[in-house]
Design a protein around this ligand. Structure first.
Ligand SMILES: [Zn+2]
Length: 205
């Protein structure tokens, strides 16, 4: 875990405390209470599906900048610290590719160690709403809707993106983790769960 020396909230030198089964860096100022759990980040991306002539196509963008300039990937980005997941992915897709879409369900996620932070990368399936793919020529070099057959002949489609698209195209929409709108809801919470296939099961409870 990365080491930091001073409290990012109050600049007091950090000390080591035993918390949650291991030593962690913590602020000795009781009023502050900061504990350094480590560096974490959440990425989100979306498989926006659109039918063209009976074929399912997914929105892809081509990276215009390093790292991996020229490769194709799902539109997405980092979730802001004060932003809920489903809103983050819809915002990123609109900003990056000019397409408005609505979250359907979570089809996959990846957890990765070894980068600058411990990173969770969520892949959502979204319903296309409006807009034609656009690119800015700087961050993005191209954008469009492509089928799995198209991708078989395209160079530089990122593996994690292709895998997410397969998860989304080859499974039933809504069969992944869906945003719960029926259970107990708390402000600033989002709860995702598997959709119940048989409503009668719920009624028997
Ligand atoms: Zn502090």
């Amino acid at each position: 875990m990365s080491k930091i020396s001073f409290c990012p909230r109050c600049a007091t030198p950090l000390t080591s405390v035993f918390d949650g089964g291991r030593d962690r860096q913590a602020c000795p100022d009781a009023d502050c209470g900061f504990i350094h759990f480590g560096d974490f980040s959440i990425g989100c991306s979306g498989v926006v599906l659109r039918e063209e002539a009976g074929v399912s196509k997914a929105l892809l963008i081509q990276r215009g900048q390093e790292p991996f300039a020229g490769t194709w990937q799902l539109p997405g980005g980092y979730v802001e610290n004060d932003e809920l997941l489903s809103l983050a992915v819809e915002r990123e897709i609109e900003e990056e590719a000019g397409v408005s879409a609505k979250v359907s369900d979570v089809v996959a996620f990846r957890h990765m160690l070894g980068g600058p932070s411990s990173n969770v990368y969520m892949i959502f399936r979204l319903d296309y709403v409006a807009g034609e793919p656009r690119y800015d020529g700087v961050e993005t070099a191209d954008a469009g809707f492509y089928s799995l057959d198209d991708m078989a002949t395209m160079r530089g489609v990122q593996n994690i993106s292709r895998w997410g698209i397969e998860q989304a195209i080859l499974t039933t929409p809504g069969s992944g983790l869906t945003l719960d709108t029926t259970g107990t809801r708390m402000p600033r919470w989002q709860v995702f769960g598997l959709a119940e296939t048989d409503p009668a099961v719920w009624q028997q409870r």
